[in-house]
Ligand binder design. Structure first.
Ligand code: ZN
Length: 369
């Protein structure tokens, strides 16, 4: 193995989920997941063998000592852990041990500069380098290592930069560029925002032969988000139906989480509607009118219609099939318009970032839980 990439925070050995720093709806761990997805993808595309933290198994100590031990076991050439900062301040810093090699320090300055450029944020400390003692990940790893603090979740300017379209993916690619240079690997890494960038960055297909997450872990992930009890019923009602209809059950759950606020509802409809995706009636109507929304007799039928509607968007089923499955709005005009989750933006909902937010904020962290 060439490289180990850790994700800051996450599920602890005691089973409790640590989101890291949180501010204004952003969670450090979940942001780091998106960065690491793009970072690891770019490294693998360049032929580098990478273990990222999802492969360590759920429940593996995600931080400091656990990750350091894993990196040592793998005898990698370097190890990084991706975090986001908090506590006031702005910009990018990369923590390295003072005794780390000159080559690693140079690479870390490169990482910091790359992130700063992508996000349009300043470099902190000594041109982005923070010589730090007392961090378990840095003292515990016996190879070049770094803790990358991408930006501050509790500073408005940094949050704006983080939220920009594809920003987290671009950060991942920027880190990869610096680390490829460190490894002496010559490779052309396409930016995530280019149309010919690695397909996995944005193409998160809705149709699938099977779920991309483990059902039991999905329940635990929902608990980590303090879901309402009813959200577990929604998962159970829709999980197998999603597979039968031909869509990724993890996508169904991620969308249901967004649409129902993890079963807490609080919008115009409540749980008695058994409506996991805000589906409207055939006649439709205003968003703030509860009567414009479908009232299903139970979660079985509500989630079936949800999965059918999603499958229709993905082009996985016909309008006739969607209608047969109970979709009240199986219109030909939506069939196949969104084969991937990000493409739901501006189509399923007016918000152009609707699908991207499901993929980035919900689906990716769910898959790694
Ligand atoms: Zn952290």
């Amino acid at each position: 193995m060439d490289a180990y990439i850790g994700i800051g925070h996450g599920l602890k050995p005691d089973g409790v989920f640590d989101p890291g720093a949180t501010s204004n709806g952003l969670e450090e761990h979940d942001l780091a997941v998106s960065v690491v997805d793009a970072y690891a993808d770019a490294m693998r595309a360049a032929g580098v063998r990478v273990e990222d933290e999802s492969h360590s198994g759920s429940g593996h100590d995600p931080n400091f000592i656990g990750s350091a031990r894993r990196a040592n076991e793998l005898r990698v050439k370097y190890a990084d852990e991706v975090h986001f900062n908090a506590g006031g301040g702005t910009g990018v810093e990369v923590l390295v041990h003072p005794r780390s090699s000159a080559a690693n320090k140079k690479a870390c300055r490169g990482i910091a500069a790359g992130i700063a450029e992508v996000l349009g944020l300043p470099l902190r400390r000594d041109r982005g380098l923070f010589l730090a003692t007392g961090f378990g990940f840095l003292t515990g790893t016996n190879m070049p290592s770094a803790i990358i603090e991408v930006a501050f979740v509790d500073t408005a300017a940094d949050r704006r930069a983080i939220r920009r379209k594809d920003a987290l993916e671009d950060v991942g690619v920027a880190i990869a560029r610096a680390r490829l240079e460190f490894l002496g690997v010559k490779a052309d890494v396409a930016p995530a925002t280019s149309s010919d960038g690695p397909a996995s960055f944005r193409s998160v297909p809705i149709a699938a032969g099977g779920p991309t997450a483990d059902r039991r872990r999905v329940h635990r992930w929902a608990d980590s988000k303090r879901c309402a009890d009813v959200f577990h019923d929604i998962i159970d009602a829709g999980w197998e139906q999603a597979g039968d209809i031909g869509i990724d059950a993890a996508v169904f759950v991620a969308q249901a989480a967004k649409e129902t606020g993890f079963g807490r509802f609080g919008g115009v409809i409540d749980a008695t509607f058994h409506n996991s995706c805000g589906l409207k009636t055939a006649a439709g109507g205003e968003n703030d009118d509860p009567d414009a929304h479908m009232r299903f007799p139970d979660w079985e039928r509500g989630t079936r219609a949800h999965c059918a509607h999603l499958a229709l968007y993905a082009g996985a089923i016909s309008t006739a099939e969607a209608r047969r499955l109970g979709d009240p709005r199986a219109f030909a005009s939506i069939q196949g318009v969104a084969p991937t989750v990000p493409e739901l933006g501006g189509k399923w909902a007016p918000d152009p970032s609707y699908g991207r937010s499901i993929a980035r904020d919900l689906l990716r962290p769910l898959r790694r839980f």
